[in-house]
Design a protein around this ligand. Structure first.
Ligand code: NAP
Length: 243
């Protein structure tokens, strides 16, 4: 496959980091966005540098339109195009529904859904002009099946899947494919609040009897880059937890 210019949001840690690493190692030009974890982003850059791979890291809060706009302009000015956008950045909030405040709602929706709307809007203009592109949105199993005490998170992820399907239709004439990847439980810092016992209990419910690795989501992004006939889909990467 010809080398692509790929923007990955939230690539300092967890799943986004694995995606940035995997695609960089495949020879693509990756711009890894981060917000708070500058050291982690620099650490990944240094790790890849040892393999003579140049990772471009860029700080932007993807819940802020102005910062997104500056990031996208930076990438387009430097590389002339964005072939693949991976909307991965996200946060979690565990709270009983009746305790959720307006601030909580805005925090989750701005970081998880408004961010995807905004980054996609800024990047799509250049993809439409180029008449090509791939957008991969990282949603969640909880957007598909709901989640007790994580209702606003589930709303944000279900919203992403709705946006994915709508844009797959709207952008098809511009030769832009749009898909979601809905991971199940993946071993990242997002799940640090789960005890070993919690995880063992969840693993019992998963047909493959284990939680997933960030690299397994990264490989799914690679698969979507390779298979030109997939658009408008929510690809579950969940060990069979929901089917
Ligand atoms: P994580 O380990 O907590 O990492 C989250 C990443 O998102 C970090 O790199 C963080 O960057 C970035 N981020 C958060 N808010 C941001 C913002 N406003 N602007 C820019 N970057 C931001 O989480 P993860 O498990 O890798 O999750 C990645 C995605 O997968 C999320 O969308 C999550 O909802 C989804 N997901 C995860 C699981 C799971 O079990 N882990 C399951 C389903 C879906 P900084 O630290 O630099 O701020």
């Amino acid at each position: 496959m010809e080398n692509k210019v790929i923007l990955v949001t939230g690539a300092s840690r967890g799943i986004g980091r694995a995606i940035a690493k995997e695609l960089s190692e495949e020879g693509h030009k990756v711009i890894a966005n981060y917000n708070k974890s500058k050291e982690k982003a620099e650490e990944l850059k240094a790790e890849l540098k040892q393999k003579s791979i140049e990772l471009d890291i860029y700080k932007a809060d993807v819940s802020e339109r102005e910062e997104i706009s500056q990031m996208v302009s930076y990438v387009l000015n430097k590389y002339g195009k964005i072939d693949v956008l991976v909307n991965n950045a996200g946060i979690d909030l565990v709270r009983v529904f009746t305790d959720v405040t307006d601030e909580d709602w805005n925090y989750v929706i701005n970081n998880n859904l408004y961010s995807v709307f905004c980054v996609t809007q800024e990047v799509a203009k250049s993809m439409i002009n180029a008449k090509q592109g791939l957008i991969v949105n990282i949603s969640s199993i909880f957007g598909q099946i709901g989640a007790s005490c994580e209702s606003i998170y589930a709303v944000s992820k279900a919203g992403i899947d709705g946006l994915t399907k709508s844009l797959a239709k709207e952008f098809s004439l511009s030769n832009i494919r749009v898909n979601s990847i809905a991971p199940g439980l993946i071993d990242t810092e997002m799940n640090n609040d789960l005890s070993e016992e919690d995880i063992k209990d969840i693993e019992k419910e998963i047909p493959l009897k284990r939680i997933g690795e960030p690299k397994e989501v990264a490989k799914t992004v690679k698969m979507l880059m390779e298979c030109d006939y997939i658009t408008g889909q929510v690809i579950s990467v969940n060990g069979g937890w929901y089917m």
